[in-house]
Design a protein around this ligand. Sequence first.
Ligand code: F6R
Length: 240
Amino acid sequence: MKIIVTKDYDKMSEKAFEIMSGVVKSNPRAVLGLATGTTPLGLYKLMTADCKDNGTSYKKIRTVNLDEYAGLDITSPQSYVYFMRENLFKGLDIPLENTNIENGKAADAEAECARYNALLSELPRDIQLLGLGSNGHIAFNEPGTPFGTQTHVVKLAESTVKDNSRLFEKIGDVPTSAFTMGPKNIMQSKKVLILAYGENKARAVYEMVNGEVTESCPASILQLHPDCTLIVDEKAASLL
Ligand code: F6R
């Protein structure tokens, strides 16, 4: 794993932008695996500014997102599809039909997971962007998820529900399950770019990089990826 330590969040986002825009510029038809959460927001701002100010085009880019809450409608501001449209897609020239995410309202969850796995095989990713959970999760793969798992429905860990409750009015509103790509799907991307910032990620960063490769720390599987870059700010790197 290649590790880049930056001074702060903004510098982390700039470094991530260098890598992401390198992929987009070298292949205007690239497939980007994307993430939600607070971590990629700085990167998404730089991508939208680059499209607007420098004319970098996303017209032929395709995207696949990691995960979506189960039960939330696409009009719900807390849904990940809404998040992606607000924070990235509306600032790019990408046609929305080129963007993909699990359907959180799917009546048949198993069929939805199979559909998404088939889609991921049809659209091999050039890069997969990831954030890191404070418990070492990647996407919504909580500790204990078998590494061979593909897209599935997961019951969210209490710590994840708590971490994510900041975006909801009250903790009882946070969905308790979600659709997520599995570790196996994540490892199939040609490149992986994982970002983390802030003190509350320091333990998970340490375990991911220096701990053993174990399903108790889902992110530790990235030690086995042939082209994975981790960008962390000094606070998240403080235990390395
Ligand atoms: C988001 C996702 C999650 C987040 C992680 C970190 O699509 O899959 O794994 O990346 O929970 O979240 P933030 O960035 O909000 O700290």
